[in-house]
Design a protein around this ligand. Structure first.
Ligand code: SF4
Length: 898
C-alpha cells in the first residue's frame, strides 16, 4: 500500500499503526500511552497527526495506515494540538524532576524538552494524593500520573491480574486499586510490570531508588536466571559500581515474554549478584578448615586429587553433577571431562529429580523427550488440561498467558491436581484426584473417550502403533475402578474427558506433580496416550507440554548431562555414537555402559568422589540426612558454586563461580529455545565462569582444547549434536532458535511431530500400563500425604532468592499448608508452630491453614535449608525407568509444637 507522509510517498506491505509506520521510517512521534505490546488507549493525545483525507486530527497510536492515506506529522495544526495537550498534562504534574527517580527516563520530561515548554507560563494545580508506599517492590505516586493507562493495560492484558482500573471522571481519572486499597493489601503478585511501562515517575521500583541516575546506566539484554520460561530481560547496570540497578522485561523481544513481561523473581531477584556472601577466592580445606588459595594451586590440587582417585579406584568411582542453572557450554564441558578424562558416564543433574520421567516417558511414546509445542501456542488451544503443575507460582509469565487464553480466547481449562492451585479459579472443571493416582485418572479419561467413540480413528491408524494392546488394557479402567482409586466423582471424569476429546485443539500442560512419582514415566505415558488418541500431537494448540522448572534444565539434558546419552540424546550404548565421539573428541575407549544416576550416586558404594557444579543436593535431593551422611564419607569433593551452601561445606575444594549475569553462553528454555545470556557485570572477586574452570581442569587432565571464548564451545556443540547443528553462535541472537535445527538454513522447529514422530518409522507408540499405588501411603501412624514443591518468591534451594531482601521478606520461613478441617482436628491455627514428621526425619514450620490443601494432604516448599522438606522424603523408592524419587507422595504426621 502507498501512503504519503509529510508529502513524501512510502510503500508498506503490512497494516501498521500510523505511529509504528512513522517510527519505522525514523519519523519521531511523541507519545506517553503507546506500548507495542499493549492495545491502544489513545489517551495522551500527544501522538496526533493530521489526516488530509478526512481533514482531521487523529491519534496515530490507534489508527492504522491504509492505501492512499495522506498524513502530516509536523504541520502547525499538529504541533499546536500536541503542545496544548502537553501543557494540560504538565499543568497538574509536580515539577520535582530533580529528585524524581524517573529523571532521565521520563517521556513527559523528554516531550517538554522537545517542545521547549515554559513551565512558568503554565497555570499549575497539582494533586495532593497520598503516596502508596505499602509494597516492598514498588511505590505509587499518583500525583505524577499522566493517565496513560499503561499500568492498567499491562496488568490486564499481560499479567491478567486486573489490580488497577481507571476510576473517577474527566481530568480526575486515575488508575487505582479496588476500594483504593494499598497495594500490599491487594492480590498484586509484584511482577513490577506497571513500573516497567510507567512513562513517568508515578510507579517506580522501590529496590532501585537512589541507587543511580538513569544517565549513568548502561543496558544489555539477557535471559532470566530463574525458571524454564526463559524470559528476556533488559538489565540496567552501573559500570562504575559493577552493579545491576534495575531489570525490565525486554522491549525488543516478544517471543517468550511479550516484549514486557516478568515475574517478581525475574524483575526484582538480582540482589544476590553483589551479595557479600559471594565466593571470591578458591578455597581448599586444610586440616578441616577452608583456606583461601590462588587459582593455580586450587586447579592443580583438584586435577591431581581426581587423577589419584581414578588411579586408586577407577574413573567410574567419580560422580559428576552437571547443572540446570549453568549454561549449555558448561554442561557440555563437564560431561566431556567425565567421559574423556575418566571414561565414565556417571554424569547427571537435578533433572533426575524433576523431569527424568518426562524424558523416558515422551522418548518412548513420541521418540523425543521434550515439550512438543511452544509457549505462545497455548493461545491456539480450545481446551487446556493442566495437571500436576502450578504455573502461577513456578512459571508465572506462562501462567498469565494461560489466563489470557481463557479470558480472551475462550479456552476451557481443566485442572487435575490434588491441590487447589490458583489456576483452579479459572477452571471449568477441577478434578482433585488423590496423590499418586494419575495413571488411573488418565486411563479412565481414555476409556470414556473410547466408549463414547470420540477417539481420532484416522490419526490412530495413520500415525501410531500399539493402539489395540492399549485398548484391551483400558478395560480395567472402568469408572467404578477409577472413581474408587482417584476419589474423583465419575460424572466429572466423564465431563472432563468429553470436553478434552471434543476440542478442536487440546493442550496438555504438566510439571512435577506428574513426574515426581515412582510411576512418573507411566504418568507421562498416560498423558501421551491421551493426546495421541485424540489426534492432538503435532498440531498448533495441542501437544504434551512439560514445564521445566529451572532456567536450563532442558539444556543440561540436551548437552548429555545424563548417564546414558551423549549430547543430543545420542546413546552411549550405540557403537555408532561411540565411534563418532571417540573421533570427534580425539580419544579412545569411551564407556558404552550407562552411568550411575544422581539418585543412586548417594547410595552406591562405588562412588568415592564427587565433582559438583552449581547443585545443592544436601537440600534438593531426597532424604537429606542420608545425603549428608554420604557427603561426609566421600574421599574427595570439588564444588563449583557462587555461594557456600549446605553441600559444599563437605567439599575439599570450592571453586568460586561467576553467576549468569557475569558470563556469556546459552540457555535452552522449556520450549527448546536456545537463547543467549550476555555478560552484564564483571564476576565478583576472583570468581570465574564455570566453563573456564572446567576447561582449566580438563587441560590438566590431558584434554587438549583451547577455547578463545565461550562461543567456540557453542560451535563445538553444534558440530557434534544433530538437533543443534544449525545453532551456531553467530546465528543465536534475538529470539533464539528452537531445536531441532539441523542446518544453517533451518529456522528451527516450533511444533514437534508435525506429520511424523521422531522414531525411524515416524509413528507414535501407545504404551499400556497398570495402576500401582504409591509405595508409601498414609496410615495410622503417619496419616497425611506430604507433597513438596516451590513458591512464587523463591527458587530451588533458596541460595539466590533468599539473598534478595525483598523476596526473602515476602516468604521468610517454612509454611506448612494444611486443610482447615485437618487443622481443626489437630487444634492448629494459622501461624502455629508445627512439626512435620516422616519415617526419615522431622522439620518445624509455621502452619498455613488453607483450602489449597485437600483434606489429608499437607504441602511444604523445599527452599528452606534450615527446615528441609527433603528431610522427610524417601531416597529408596524410585521410578524403575527414570530413577526419579517419589517427592510428591510421602506419609507424614503433624504435631503442634506447644
Ligand atoms: Fe524469570 Fe521465569 Fe519469572 Fe520469566 S517467569 S521472569 S523466566 S522466573
Amino acid at each position: 500500500m502507498k501512503i504519503i507522509i509529510n508529502k513524501k510517498q512510502y510503500d508498506f506491505d503490512e497494516q501498521l499503526l500510523i505511529i509504528d509506520a512513522c517510527r519505522k521510517l525514523g519519523i519521531d512521534i511523541p507519545s506517553l500511552c503507546h506500548h507495542p505490546s499493549l492495545s491502544p488507549a489513545a489517551s495522551c493525545r500527544l501522538c496526533v497527526v493530521e489526516c488530509l483525507n478526512s481533514n482531521s486530527l487523529i491519534s496515530s497510536c490507534s489508527n492504522t495506515i491504509y492505501d492512499g492515506m495522506e498524513i502530516m506529522t509536523n504541520s502547525p495544526r499538529v504541533i499546536n494540538a500536541r503542545r496544548m495537550n502537553l501543557e494540560l498534562l504538565l499543568s497538574n504534574h509536580p515539577n520535582d524532576c530533580m529528585k524524581c527517580d524517573a529523571n532521565g527516563n521520563c517521556k513527559l520530561q523528554d516531550t517538554a524538552y522537545l517542545f521547549d515548554v515554559d513551565m512558568d507560563s503554565i497555570g499549575r494545580e497539582t494533586r495532593s494524593l497520598k503516596i502508596d508506599d505499602s509494597s516492598d517492590f514498588i511505590i505509587r505516586d499518583l500525583n505524577k500520573c499522566v493517565q496513560c493507562q499503561l499500568c492498567v493495560r499491562v496488568c490486564d492484558e499481560i499479567e491478567n491480574m486486573n489490580i488497577y482500573s481507571m476510576v473517577n471522571r474527566g481530568h480526575e481519572i486515575l488508575p487505582d486499586t479496588a476500594n483504593s486499597l494499598p497495594l500490599s493489601q491487594t492480590e498484586c503478585v509484584s511482577c513490577g510490570q506497571c513500573a516497567t511501562v510507567c512513562p513517568v515517575g508515578a510507579i517506580v521500583e522501590k529496590p532501585s531508588l537512589k541507587k543511580s541516575r538513569w544517565w549513568d546506566l548502561e543496558m544489555e539484554t539477557t535471559t532470566c536466571p530463574y525458571c524454564g520460561v526463559g524470559c528476556q530481560l533488559d538489565v540496567y547496570y552501573s559500570r562504575e559500581k559493577n552493579e545491576i540497578i534495575r531489570i525490565c522485561g525486554s522491549t525488543s523481544l516478544k517471543e517468550v515474554n511479550d516484549g514486557v513481561a516478568t515475574c517478581v523473581k525475574g524483575k526484582f531477584g538480582y540482589e544476590f549478584v553483589n551479595h557479600p556472601d559471594r565466593l571470591k577466592k578458591p578455597l581448599i580445606k586444610k586440616n578441616g578448615v577452608f583456606t583461601e588459595s590462588g587459582w593455580e594451586e586450587a586447579l592443580d590440587y583438584t586435577a591431581a586429587k581426581l587423577k589419584e582417585i581414578a588411579e586408586t579406584h577407577s574413573g567410574n568411582s567419580i560422580g559428576f553433577l552437571s547443572s540446570a542453572r549453568c549454561t549449555n557450554e558448561e554442561n557440555y564441558l563437564i560431561q566431556k571431562l567425565a567421559r574423556v578424562a575418566f571414561k565414565t558416564n556417571n554424569v547427571d543433574h537435578c533433572a533426575r529429580l524433576c523431569h527424568a520421567s518426562t524424558v523416558t516417558g515422551l522418548a518412548s511414546t513420541f521418540g523425543s523427550g521434550a515439550m512438543t509445542n511452544n509457549l505462545h501456542d497455548i493461545l491456539e488451544s480450545d481446551v487446556i488440561l493442566v495437571t500436576g503443575a502450578n504455573p502461577c507460582e513456578n512459571h508465572p509469565v506462562y501462567a498469565s498467558r494461560i489466563k489470557k487464553a481463557i479470558r480472551n480466547k475462550g479456552a476451557k481449562l481443566i485442572i487435575a491436581d490434588p491441590r487447589r492451585t490458583e489456576l483452579v479459579n479459572y477452571a471449568s472443571i477441577w478434578l482433585n484426584q488423590r496423590p499418586g493416582t494419575d495413571v488411573a485418572l488418565f486411563n479412565g479419561f481414555l476409556k470414556v473417550i473410547l466408549d463414547k467413540d470420540l477417539i481420532n480413528h484416522k490419526y490412530i491408524n495413520e500415525r501410531t502403533t500399539g493402539w489395540e494392546e492399549l485398548k484391551s488394557n483400558l478395560e480395567k479402567f472402568d469408572l467404578d475402578f477409577v472413581e474408587r482409586i482417584t476419589g474423583v466423582n465419575r460424572d466429572l471424569i466423564v465431563k472432563a474427558a468429553v470436553m478434552f476429546a471434543q476440542a478442536k485443539a487440546a493442550s496438555i500442560i504438566y510439571a512435577m506433580g506428574i513426574t515426581q512419582h515412582v510411576c512418573g514415566t507411566h504418568n507421562v505415558m498416560s498423558l501421551a496416550n491421551l493426546s495421541m488418541a485424540t489426534g492432538n500431537v503435532g498440531k498448533y494448540g495441542g501437544g504434551v507440554n512439560p514445564l521445566r522448572g529451572q532456567n536450563n534444565v532442558q539444556g543440561a539434558c540436551d548437552m548429555g548431562g545424563l548417564p546414558n546419552v551423549f549430547p543430543g540424546y545420542q546413546k552411549v550404548s550405540s557403537t555408532e555414537s561411540l565411534n563418532k565421539f571417540e573421533e570427534f573428541w580425539n580419544t579412545e575407549k569411551l564407556s558404552d555402559t550407562p552411568g550411575i544416576p544422581l539418585t543412586e550416586m548417594f547410595s552406591n558404594d562405588r562412588i568415592k568422589a564427587l565433582f559438583i557444579m552449581g547443585e545443592n543436593p544436601a537440600v534438593s535431593d531426597p532424604n537429606s540426612s542420608h545425603v549428608e551422611k554420604r557427603l561426609n564419607e566421600f574421599e574427595f569433593i570439588v564444588d563449583l558454586d557462587i555461594f557456600m551452601n549446605e553441600t559444599n561445606r563437605y567439599a575439599d575444594v570450592i571453586l568460586p563461580a561467576a553467576c549468569s549475569y557475569e558470563k556469556n553462553g546459552t540457555f535452552t528454555n522449556t520450549e527448546r529455545r536456545v537463547q543467549k545470556i550476555n555478560r552484564i557485570v564483571y564476576p565478583q572477586g576472583d570468581s570465574k565462569p564455570d566453563w573456564w574452570i572446567i576447561n582449566e581442569i580438563s587441560k590438566r587432565l590431558g584434554i587438549e582444547a583451547e577455547y578463545s571464548s565461550v562461543w567456540d564451545i557453542t560451535d563445538e556443540i553444534a558440530e557434534c549434536t544433530p538437533i543443534y547443528h544449525g545453532i551456531v553462535s553467530k546465528r543465536i541472537s534475538g529470539k533464539g532458535i528452537q531445536w531441532p535445527c539441523r542446518n544453517s538454513d533451518d529456522p528451527g522447529t516450533e511444533i514437534l511431530h508435525e506429520g511424523k514422530f521422531a522414531f525411524e518409522d515416524g509413528k507414535g507408540r501407545f504404551m499400556k500400563m497398570d495402576f500401582a499405588p504409591p509405595p508409601e501411603l498414609p496410615d495410622k501412624e503417619y496419616p497425611f500425604y506430604l507433597s513438596t514443591g516451590r513458591v512464587l518468591y523463591h527458587y530451588h534451594t533458596g541460595t539466590m532468592t533468599r539473598r534478595v531482601k525483598v523476596l526473602d521478606r515476602k516468604v521468610r520461613n517454612l509454611k506448612v499448608e494444611i486443610n482447615p478441617e485437618d487443622a481443626k482436628m489437630l487444634d492448629i491455627n494459622n501461624g502455629d508452630k508445627v512439626k512435620v514428621i516422616s519415617r526419615r526425619g522431622e522439620i518445624t514450620g509455621e502452619a498455613k491453614v488453607t483450602e489449597k490443601s485437600m483434606r489429608g494432604l499437607v504441602f511444604t516448599p523445599f527452599h528452606f535449608a534450615e527446615a528441609r522438606a527433603n528431610r522427610l522424603t524417601d531416597h529408596k523408592n524410585l521410578d524403575p525407568l527414570a530413577k526419579i524419587p517419589s517427592l510428591k507422595v510421602s506419609a507424614v504426621k503433624i504435631e503442634k509444637v506447644k
